[in-house]
Design a protein around this ligand. Structure first.
Ligand code: COA
Length: 190
């Protein structure tokens, strides 16, 4: 694993599964805050995320501020048949897309930055650190449709459309499924 990267008062570090699980409730509090969900989702989501930490190919990155306060995080794991998201996306995309992108890809499951710290480059640094040296041929994610900061970030890193306006069960919002080949092309401002 590579070392720490600094961005102003924050440092961005890789987390192993145990470090991630130790701070999973804090991470899921940021998830709820960033997504505008009630804090009642935190425990449930923490349970899922803890299970995800045991999945093959799990990778996590944290942005930590002074006194180690958690400012943002991202994590993902190898996307495999039998996983809920993988199977939903396999149905949402064309067969050729599924064959070329889905198997062996890294699912970016969560990427969130505390609202007060958004728009200052932390999310980008968390994501690029997470993808650096990933052994996967591609990274995949789903994000709500709309003109959002997340979209601008993914587009600036070269993510392509794999499916648009997909409805996942239990969520009325349309989502896009995006993907990028790894390693990422050198960004313009690198
Ligand atoms: C999405 C999220 C993780 C991004 O983290 P962030 O720290 O806010 O984002 P960053 O500052 O690193 O990068 C995004 C911004 O940088 C800009 N940017 C990034 N790379 C750039 C580049 N090479 N050139 C120009 N602009 C660039 C983006 O356009 C965007 O700026 P803007 O919104 O001010 O126009 C964060 O905003 C967040 O938590 N949002 C709410 C939750 C969410 O949507 N999570 C993702 C769910 S899929």
């Amino acid at each position: 694993m590579t070392g720490t990267t600094y961005l102003r008062d924050a440092r961005v570090v890789r987390w192993g599964p145990a470090e991630f699980v130790a701070r999973v409730r804090e991470a899921m509090s940021i998830y709820a805050e960033a997504m505008g969900y009630p804090s009642t989702v935190v425990d449930n989501r923490a349970g899922y995320a803890t299970a995800h930490a045991g999945r093959r190919g799990f990778r996590a990155v944290a942005a930590l501020g002074p006194d180690d306060v958690l400012l943002g995080f991202g994590y993902g794991y190898s996307s495999e048949p039998g996983q809920w998201w993988h199977d939903q996306v396999a149905k949402a995309v064309d067969l050729g897309v599924a064959e070329q992108w889905l198997c062996g890809g890294l699912e970016l499951c969560e990427l969130h930055v505390r609202p007060a710290r958004q728009g200052a480059g932390l999310g980008r640094l968390v994501l690029t650190t997470l993808l650096e040296d990933a052994p996967h041929p591609a990274v995949l994610l789903s994000t709500p449709e709309g003109d959002t900061r997340a979209w601008r970030l993914y587009r600036s890193l070269g993510f392509l459309d794999l499916a648009r306006n997909h409805l996942f069960p239990g969520d009325s919002r349309p989502f896009a499924v995006l993907g990028a080949r790894l390693p990422l092309e050198q960004p313009d401002d690198a």
